[in-house]
Design a protein around this ligand. Structure first.
Ligand code: PMV
Length: 328
């Protein structure tokens, strides 16, 4: 039996624009997916996901991936989660040259599904790491990140950047621009997350931005402007200037809103944090619903979010310095 865990992430800057080659800065957070893997005597795959998320999204599911789980979460989220595990195991069979390897896989995660916190990337990174180690191979972190990216790329029909998977594999704050991925120095960030209990459809949201970009030159300019905000954001992080980081996060949220990927609940949570004097607040991830990230050294934003209608959960998240953790 082999166990690995990997963290979720927030985007401090640059989601969506990263799809068009602009830089993005995600940051790993201490909310983890933990995957336990045991090799089977046959070539089958059995996936058990007892708790794939926070309150409101509990999945009680034991069965083969081709079964029909009896669950209380939207079917597309389960199909998606299981699709990621199937493809991750394909990557493991390929990299270990053991095409007939079968596994029992148990997934536990405290990252809300599809809510902009990188739940799928964390599951994929931890699953590939645990399953390769179960077969006696240990991947370098860069190779692990690359295999995890290939998994997301396949499952998401080519609509995936390297941001989530690289960040989850390496931990810390990272900078991603096309194929160039690296860790960057970041100060201690007072991260607060608000979650509306929902999830956006990443594929649809990415396609929506693509269509806007094709229709309006100013939408393409907006994407480029996000890139400029990210570059200023990187400099502010390097200087440890949290006020400037917050101001630029506000700017980034406005531009994402203009591209149509925010929602009433995300905007409401962003404004609740701003009214509580957060240094800055923005949606994180694909948008449409899910999570916002705010920076606040005081308790005010978290408290305000807890009392905000439409906010299901609010919590502080530490930056995760370590990406993948090899537990057993
Ligand atoms: O919602 P998430 O965590 O899957 O993030 C999506 C981020 C996008 O930039 C919209 C797409 C991508 O793959 O980078």
């Amino acid at each position: 039996m082999t166990v690995s865990s990997a963290p979720g992430k927030v985007y401090l800057f640059g989601e969506h624009a990263v799809v068009y080659g602009e830089p993005a800065v995600p940051c790993a957070i201490e909310r983890r997916a933990r995957v336990t893997v045991e090799q089977r005597a046959d070539d089958k795959l059995r996936v058990q996901a007892d708790n794939l998320s926070l309150d409101g999204f509990t999945v009680e599911y034991g069965g083969r991936t081709d079964g029909h789980p009896d669950v209380d979460v939207p079917e597309h989220l389960i199909t998606a989660a299981m699709g990621y595990v199937d493809e991750a195991i394909e990557q493991v069979r390929d990299v270990t040259e053991e095409p007939d390897a079968g596994f029992d896989v148990i997934i536990e995660s405290d990252i809300p599904l599809g809510a902009g916190l990188g739940s799928s990337a964390a599951v994929v990174v931890a699953a590939i790491d645990a399953a390769t180690r179960e077969l006696g191979a240990t991947l370098e972190v860069d190779e692990l990140a690359e295999r995890a990216f290939q998994t997301e790329y396949a499952v998401q029909d080519g609509q995936a950047s390297r941001a989530d998977t690289f960040c989850s594999a390496t931990g810390g704050a990272v900078r991603v621009e096309g194929e160039d991925c690296r860790r960057i120095d970041a100060p201690d960030l007072p991260i607060v997350i608000g979650f509306d209990g929902g999830a956006g459809e990443t594929g649809e949201l990415v396609s929506g931005v693509r269509a806007l970009r094709e229709e309006y030159a100013f939408a393409a300019d907006t994407v480029e402007t996000i890139g400029n905000v990210v570059r200023r954001g990187e400099a502010a992080l390097e200087d440890g200037n949290l006020e400037e980081v917050g101001r630029l996060m506000d700017f980034n949220h406005g531009l994402l809103s203009a591209l149509g990927v925010s929602s009433r609940s995300l905007d409401t949570m962003v404004w609740a944090a701003r009214d509580a004097d957060a240094l800055g607040a923005k949606l994180t991830g694909a948008g449409g619903g899910g999570c916002i990230v705010a920076l606040d050294q005081t308790e005010a934003s978290e408290t305000a979010l807890r009392f905000t209608p439409g906010c299901e959960d609010a919590f502080r998240a530490e930056l995760a310095e370590t990406g993948v953790k090899r537990l057993e």
